[in-house]
Design a binder for this molecule. Sequence first.
Ligand code: HSE
Length: 424
Amino acid sequence: MENKVKIGLIGLGTVGSGVYKTLQNIDNAEIVKIAVHNKNKKRNIENLDENIITDNAYEVVNDPEIQIVAELIGGVEPAFDLIKTAIKNGKHIVTANKELLAKHGEELFDYAQKYNRVILYEAAIAGGIPLIMPIKTILAGNKINKIMAILNGTTNYILTKMDVLGSSYNDVLAEAQDLGYAETNPTGDVEGYDAAYKITTLATIAFNKKIKLENVYREGITKIRPQDMLSANEMGYKIKLIAMAEINKNGEADVRVHPMLIQKSQPLAHIDYVTNAVTLCGEPVGEITLSGPGAGEFPTASSVVGDILAIMSEIGKSDYILPMMRCNHSTNAKMIDISETENRYYISISANNNLGVIGHLGKACEENNISLASIVQKEIGKNHCAEITVITERCKEKNMQNVINILKNDSSILNVNSLIRVQR
Ligand code: HSE
């Protein structure tokens, strides 16, 4: 009993419960205090000792006995202040808090360094998929230059259902909310914020340069139509919400989250429902794709407990534990603005059945140096309206935006339905 490492939990929701249950099987770990929001809430945990529960999280971070604090409440405050207080009080930190890391990671890691404490966060990105520790340890000899990832289960579930059923975004969202896969306020997931938090931290550690969240381009899935799913399928693609990060030879980084057409031959095209996946390209390793559960009680607990055990294994053995897992970069990445990036594009327009519509489209593309890779127009509908779908070759984003403006002001074009980037 005396030699057990003392652990404090902040949060006993889905993740906290999984961590509590998993740690019951670890002999040399003892949870001595747990902070919860509501002490009276009924919890599905056997033999939970009510005496260690508090509704004051500062009792956890100020407890002199506790050596490791696991912060599992999410959001910026009070988590930010609680973690800083815990570090100041000499505790090591394990967190699943993607938003806090993306917004205040730099300050937190500086603070941890100052007090010679570590912050581990395997659970913050892609839940149960081991990513942070592999990148920082066994892949440390690599120069990682590209990440393509599906980091949000909610949006991947919605896009998969739209694809399988041919249903609209709104119908699938409502069903996902009923089943508990999407939150009542789905903004954080469907507008890409959650994936943007995760790719900000992932790109920072993969490129070993600081990426600022405000420089990460973000676009969600709410405008994707079932017709886009169908057209993409016919052209050999699946539509996914992709978090991507790329760094060029000049050290300039392009980090973004947006829907993307992924070739069906690629592994990410086959990652369905709530599963997450990350493809890393590095030298010398080449391309690796890791996939698995990105959320949920036990997958996330697996990562939190792994981090706790990594710290426990070092406590008392060294004055400077886990050096490879610390924040080892100091420079900010130079960022490329989305307007300067080069992409391929899928465009869908609706037009009246007039002469020369495709000519107008072709002229706008030609004037902006954009070459068309494929073009599809099906039989004119009963409403005398044509839907024309195009995939372009690689071109500058700002040129593509010029074309969209031209098309929006062209009287023969009724609507620009969709503009979705295509995997390069
Ligand atoms: N809201 C997240 C998702 C949960 O849908 O993937 C894990 O961060």
